[in-house]
Design a protein around this ligand. Structure first.
Ligand code: CTP
Length: 411
């Protein structure tokens, strides 16, 4: 898998070395082509060290051209990825101009072109940039992001470059399984988000889960090459590249969809905050406030995680334990009681866990545990998935047949 990684001149270029590492972890060869303004944000030395190849930047470099001309480079690429892609580089590609090596390769290559835009949010929403984006998409260019959040300029909005592992996941799925990952050929089913248990047509019982951790885990598993199915309660999160999402509302629906999806799964990860109880009766009409007091009778919801772990042929099963106190003690109790392969324990409360972008966790299994200090949910998910893959192969053996028959995307 050969990737030409174009780096244009935006502050997000500082993430380029990490992106190169993520792509190389999948076995990709990465040839970097920088624009002259990118050199203001990231050094050639750092990029050469992580990519293991000399950096190309000048169309008129005779020695580099003699080794591999820009036309050969354009043909060598299986994917041309530009990250970060500035407003300027997008405009140049739209116009078909080719004043430098990177835009020349874009014109000369037949490989899929993928852009990860990064710019100030006002520049991104400018009609000129939006019209360039629309033209590029019409021409079949893949645009990844940008993400929404705080920006280097101190403002907030849409314009952040997606995180390197999200970009790597998207490129991996585009590459049609040509990238290698620890979970390649494995099917991973993940529950995520809250459930909603209706009381009447306008009211329900739910919880504070945002689904961010489950979706980050899904993305991390996709980056590692897994086929990923998320059974998701109601959340407000973009579907990660290469991930199938099945939307459900109630614990019952999540239970049913999960049991169907795990039938051929290798790994099941229960990251959802499933309601433990639901109203025994759902009123057909809106309940009126006729009485001073009212009570709602609740009945137990099915425990999805325990049901899957108890299947005759169960997938490698990983639970989550959200606790407000005695976090590892309670989590180890759940690991044993529900007969899980692993459990991810984290503290929740008014100041941590729910709806936050960061999290810390301790992962436990029967004869070990590993603590991950507070970091972004994206990085934590990557570390958890790497550990899950290690434990999966340690317990089941590296030659375990995938339960899903993979129809390979051969060349
Ligand atoms: N879980 C599940 N189905 C349920 C309840 C929980 O699949 N009906 C899963 C969660 O996705 C999580 C794990 O069980 O992976 C632990 O959930 P948690 O609510 O922390 O623990 P409980 O077992 O419900 O115990 P308690 O509420 O007493 O802490």
């Amino acid at each position: 898998m050969n990737i030409v990684l174009g780096i244009s001149g935006g502050i997000a270029a500082y993430k380029a070395p990490d992106l190169v590492r993520r792509l190389r972890e999948h076995g990709a060869e990465v040839q970097i082509v920088m624009t002259s303004s990118a050199e203001e944000f990231v050094t050639e030395t750092a990029l050469q060290a992580v990519s293991g190849r000399p950096i190309r930047s000048n169309l008129w470099d005779k020695d580099a051209e003699a080794a591999m001309s820009h036309i050969e480079l354009a043909r060598w690429a299986d994917v041309v990825l530009i990250a970060p892609a500035t407003a300027e580089v997008m405009a140049r590609i739209v116009s078909g101009g080719a004043p430098d090596l990177l835009t020349t390769i874009c014109l000369a290559s037949e490989a899929p072109l993928v852009l990860a835009p990064a710019m100030n949010h006002v520049m991104w929403s400018n009609p000129a940039t939006q019209s360039n984006r629309a033209v590029l998409e019409e021409r079949g260019v893949h645009i990844l992001g940008p993400g929404i959040g705080s920006q280097a300029c101190g403002e907030t909005g849409a314009g952040r470059m997606l995180e390197p592992n999200a970009i790597a996941a998207a490129v991996a799925s585009l590459a049609g399984g040509k990238l290698e990952g620890a979970m390649k050929g494995r099917k991973v089913v993940i529950t995520a988000g809250p459930t909603r248990e209706p009381i009447d047509p306008v009211r329900y019982i739910t919880n504070r889960s945002s689904g961010k951790m489950g979706y980050a885990i899904a993305q991390a598993a996709a980056v590692q090459g897994a086929e990923v199915v998320v059974i998701s309660g109601p959340v407000n999160i973009a579907v990660p590249a290469g991930v199938e999402v099945q939307a459900v509302q109630t614990a019952e629906e999540m239970h049913e969809a999960t049991l169907a999806a795990v039938a051929d799964a290798d790994i099941f990860i229960a990251a959802a905050a499933v309601a433990d109880y639901r109203p025994a009766q759902v009123a057909g009409q809106k309940i009126k406030k006729n009485n001073e007091q009212m009570s709602i009778e609740l009945v137990r919801c099915p425990d999805i995680l325990a049901t899957v772990a108890a299947l005759d042929v169960a997938p490698f099963t990983v639970g989550f334990a959200a606790e407000t106190e005695k976090v590892t003690d309670y989590a180890r109790g759940k690991l044993e009681k529900k007969r899980l392969d692993m459990i991810v324990a984290n503290r929740v409360g008014s100041d941590c866990g729910f709806d936050s972008d960061d999290n810390a966790a301790t992962v436990l299994w029967n004869d070990g545990e590993k603590r991950f200090p507070t970091t972004s949910k994206t990085d934590l998910a990557r570390d958890i998935i790497e550990l899950v893959a290690q434990r999966f192969y340690a317990v089941r053996g590296s030659d375990t047949e995938p339960r899903l028959t993979v129809i390979s995307n051969s060349d």
